[in-house]
Design a protein around this ligand. Structure first.
Ligand SMILES: NC(=O)c1ccc[n+]([C@@H]2O[C@H](COP(=O)([O-])OP(=O)(O)OC[C@H]3O[C@@H](n4cnc5c(N)ncnc54)[C@H](O)[C@@H]3O)[C@@H](O)[C@H]2O)c1
Length: 416
């Protein structure tokens, strides 16, 4: 006989219900549904643009037992647009982990501080680079693990702040994964290891190029203040983006530094503005750089970066040794998405499933390599690593205020 319990449920019903619940849990685990357990890690995003949204999706795709709860952006329209995109994401690995709380969505110049005051465990940071040193320090101060996009800064003062923040992160055992995704691309990982083991013999020379077209140039709207326009058109101003050698070419420079296990000791460089009209929307950045970096062992890296339309575009790295040459990814295979791999590494490191990761200094050094090339080109002078590292050059205004004027320029002229 089916005996009823006091709440009206038979033992068989109870067994069925428990089995169903257990089945759901298994199903949930398989489909990656984030169930709140003591181990569920909460994620927040600072900088809700294209890359920020991509990083959230990459992180949720690669990891279970995580949920995305908080967002911060200087502009409300950017935050709301990204929030809508993420809430409407239907991917089975992503959608169940989106749990954005409206009261954890912040806007304005202090939005990052408000997000850092919440109980998120991990911050994904994808603002333009001008804000990185200030925010990196605050992330570490708040005791959060982080994925931090490249480049880490736009000037040597910012680089030193990031290096110091990375050190404090290490003392606090906060995991810091950074955005140069080739470091998590299997073809590069396998090839770099083989190159370091002598696959092309002794490496004698290197090349790295990011010759591309203009990424974006947004028009100024009548309601934009100077600062709002600088932010909305950030890729065209030296203090917001660091110029194209820093903003994009850092990827290729980072690969060469990785292969060689070193940064250059000096640089001489040229460049200028070949085609850009002197207009506010084209800002004060140059459109071409060519640098000759020298490493301590005498090896030279030829680096080129351009924003030229209708020209020969080439984005690559190459090393030539006594026994051949390599494009730094030809000795391995791509087996997975590097943009997802970096977030798997982040979570595995936080959870103690692999070694402690802190790429703060490594990416600061690659960013400084690019900054040093830019400084040599702008001035026309040879520059050493130590001069760049110790330089007092600080480009980001001390006060950011939507009421203040932020004039563009001057456009750098070597020798002037
Ligand atoms: N690793 C890669 O392959 C890769 C690819 C694209 C972009 N990125 C990097 O990601 C960063 C962002 O690029 P994007 O293309 O997403 O730009 P974006 O303009 O689409 O997004 C940047 C966002 O940051 C916000 N923002 C600006 N200042 C802020 C502040 N002080 N506080 C909070 N939010 C602020 C902006 O309003 C905007 O929504 C850049 O540093 C870029 O180099 C890396």
């Amino acid at each position: 006989m089916n005996k009823k319990s006091s709440d009206g449920m038979s033992r068989r019903d109870f067994a069925k219900a428990t089995a169903a619940a257990a089945g759901f849990a298994i199903l949930a685990a398989k489909s990656g549904i984030a169930q709140d357990t003591a181990d569920t890690l909460k994620i927040g995003l600072i900088g809700c643009g294209g890359r920020g949204g991509g990083a959230v999706i990459n992180c949720l795709t690669g990891n279970d037992n995580v949920k995305f709860v908080a967002m911060a952006d200087v502009f409300e329209d950017r935050m709301v647009a990204r929030r809508n995109d993420l809430r409407n994401n239907t991917h089975p690995k992503v959608q169940p982990k989106i749990d954005i709380q409206d009261d954890l969505c912040f806007t304005g110049l202090d939005a990052y501080k408000q997000l850092l005051a919440t109980d998120v465990d991990i911050v994904l940071h994808a603002t333009p680079p001008y804000a990185r040193p200030m925010h990196f320090e605050a992330i570490v101060e708040a005791g959060k693990h982080a994925f931090i996009e490249k480049p880490l800064a736009v000037d040597p003062v910012g680089i030193r702040r990031c290096m110091a923040a990375a050190k404090v992160a290490e003392e606090k055992k906060l995991v810091i994964v950074t955005g140069p995704q080739r470091r998590y691309q299997t073809s590069y990982m396998e090839t770099v290891k083989q190159l370091q083991d002598g696959a092309v013999g002794e490496i004698l020379t290197a090349r790295a190029y990011w010759n591309g077209s203009l990424p974006f140039c947004n028009e100024r709207e009548p309601q934009h203040s100077d600062l709002e326009y600088r932010f909305r058109n950030w890729y065209n101003y030296i203090w917001t983006c660091g110029d194209n050698i820093v903003e994009q070419h850092v990827h290729n420079i980072d690969v060469i530094n990785w292969v060689l296990g070193a940064h250059p000791v000096k640089v001489v460089a040229s460049g200028g503005r070949a085609w850009k009209p002197v207009e506010e929307k084209y800002g004060d950045i140059w459109d071409n750089f060519t640098c000759d970096f020298e490493y301590a062992n005498g090896l030279h890296l030829l680096s080129m970066s351009r924003h030229w339309n209708n020209s020969h575009n080439a984005v690559f790295e190459e090393v030539t040794g006594t026994q051949g040459k390599s494009n730094c990814h030809d000795k391995g295979r791509d087996t997975s998405d590097p943009y997802v791999n970096e977030h798997i590494a982040l979570l595995q490191s936080i959870r103690g499933e692999r070694e402690y990761i802190n790429q703060g200094v490594q990416t600061a050094e690659s960013t400084l390599t690019a900054i040093m090339g830019r400084m040599a080109a702008y001035t026309g002078k040879e520059l050493t690593w130590d001069e760049a590292l110790n330089s007092d050059l600080s480009l980001v205004p001390a006060v950011l205020d939507f009421e203040q004027a932020y004039p563009v320029g001057p456009i750098p002229v070597p020798g002037a």
